[in-house]
Design a protein around this ligand. Sequence first.
Ligand code: NAD
Length: 257
Amino acid sequence: MSLRPVTDRTATSSRLAGRRIVVTGGARGIGAEIARRSAAEGAEVSVLDRLAEQGSALAGELGCHFVPADLSDPSSTTDALGRAIEALDGIDVLVNNAGILRFSALLDITVEEWDTVFAINTTAMLVTTQVAARSMIAAGTGGKIVNLASMAGKTGGAGQAHYAASKAAVIALTRVTALELGASGITANCICPGYVLTDMGAATRTEEDVAEWSSYSPLGRLADPADVAGVAVFLASADADYMTGQAVNVTGGMVMH
Ligand code: NAD
């Protein structure tokens, strides 16, 4: 029996036709797949990332816009997102995907490591949300904000206090965004993936890890980026117009609450 999905996920519906979408951290991994799927569904896409070579290559592949940016610096983040919005002549959807993972035992984490993880996973998300929401409110057209949290933000994760806490903060930030901006026609939801096979964590991931973690899912496998990108595209589309403030698990059933 195949454990892979049997559906053809390259099929598209043009459900993002005309939508202007910015994807942070979109040069590789889940973000690149969200950019690909969004472009395939008819969106105009701009990608922000610090990986200039991979970002430019993706822009060439998709015919989309790329802005090199270091999101750990709030003023560089504000400037880069401003340039992306200008290039798209507005913004309908912000996908806050950029993130970093670090491992350290609770008693060994330094404040510097903690701040580094929070700067990218959480603070950058606050800044991009403010910039994008101001533009959406000024345009009066509403919009959608899709944030990448993690199952670690719900369950915690031994050896990942900084990462798990930053992702719990993403869930809370998403809910506050939904509460405060709903009246402006802006929805905010986040995705909580389980284990996704990307470069993140790849340096320390063994074949034994993959086998063990796969056994935690009733589906018997880990996620690939397309498993997450499809949900992001749904949340960015009109099909999700009445969803806001949600933290959606994409964990293959590893987490069900
Ligand atoms: P990845 O490392 O492949 O991609 C992350 C992207 O963010 C990269 O393109 C990177 O260059 C960019 N980025 C990181 N720091 C940046 C900075 N300072 N400035 C600009 N860009 C920066 O990881 P991924 O697996 O694709 O993860 C995407 C998101 O999904 C992250 O928020 C991650 O926490 C979340 N997530 C991943 C997993 C997983 O198992 N891979 C699980 C749960 C949640």
